[in-house]
Design a protein around this ligand. Structure first.
Ligand SMILES: Nc1ncnc2c1ncn2[C@@H]1O[C@H](COP(=O)(O)OP(=O)(O)OP(=O)(O)O)[C@@H](O)[C@H]1O
Ligand SMILES: [Mg+2]
Length: 252
């Protein structure tokens, strides 16, 4: 099967700063790949290149999709519109696609219900908690049924409990939709819970220095967090990462 995403010899420099690569990366259809790495190693740059928001300096990144709506991106700061209602936010991508209003409303409502936000369709984001806002962002991204979901530390701003809840929700969701996902995180725990593969990046310029497959068959649940295999893998990944972290500590 053709990969959904394929990067080859990818690099990016910003003036004198060699931010990323050379990096090779392949994501298979339906695969959930997590990327961890020290701050400033080029993770967001990689995702922005994948989303078409930044160009590579050298090398290639190809996204192979069959629909007109190939990729949806979710940012750490939610990126939802404060002046639009929750429903209008979730409908946004569908409006851009010029989906008929009735169908778009129905689909947006459906995703709001799945994210536990049905009662807030008419509310404005300012009335929502951080976790609810992030759920709106997730509903908006998934409502367009993207072939690839690109997520850049989507839960980083949330408290630990909420983060755990949303990890479990995303786990259940992507296991049912089988959406191909490239997910950046600082949290090793998050990477292990969610990922089919966890890639460890070096300090800048970021390259892939290691890859691990969490040994938990799907469908899995958040219960794997309390297994010895989980703790073992987390320790192993931390050892790999520790040598790469120069300035900033990475929270577990
Ligand atoms: N638009 C830009 N102009 C100049 N330098 C940039 C730009 N975007 C990123 N950089 C630099 O490229 C390097 C990689 O940045 P990037 O944001 O990709 O790192 P990151 O791995 O996402 O870090 P963090 O974990 O802190 O989010 C950094 O040195 C950053 O300063
Ligand atoms: Mg970043």
């Amino acid at each position: 099967m053709h990969p959904k995403l394929h990067a080859h010899d990818l690099t990016r420099t910003f003036g004198p700063t060699h931010a990323l690569g050379p990096l090779d990366l392949t994501v298979a259809p339906g695969e959930f790949v997590c990327v961890v790495g020290p701050s400033g190693c080029g993770k967001s740059t990689l995702l922005r290149i994948a989303a078409g928001l930044t160009r590579p300096s050298t090398g290639t990144l190809e996204i192979r999709t069959t629909s007109p709506r190939p990729a949806a991106m979710i940012f750490q700061d939610y990126g939802i519109y404060d002046w639009k209602t929750v429903l209008a936010n979730v409908r946004f991508g569908l409006d851009v696609q010029k989906a008929p209003r009735k169908e778009a409303n129905a689909r947006a409502h459906d995703w709001l219900t799945r994210m536990g936000l049905a009662d807030f369709a008419g509310a404005y984001p300012s009335a929502l908690s951080g976790g609810m806002r992030q759920r709106v962002a997730i509903a908006r991204a998934l409502a367009v049924e993207p072939e690839i979901l690109l997520m850049d530390e989507p839960f980083a701003a949330l408290d630990a409990q909420l983060r755990t809840i949303l990890q479990d929700e995303l786990l259940a969701l992507t296991q049912s939709t089988r959406t191909t996902t490239l997910f950046i995180t600082h949290s090793l725990e998050e990477a292990i819970v969610l990922g089919d593969r966890v890639l460890v990046m070096s300090a800048r310029p970021g390259r892939v220095i290691a890859e691990r497959r969490p040994p938990f068959p799907r469908p899995r649940t958040g219960d794997i967090r309390s297994t010895p295999e989980f703790t073992h893998l987390k320790g192993e990944l931390w050892d790999l990462l520790r040598g790469e972290v120069h300035q900033e500590a990475i929270p577990a």
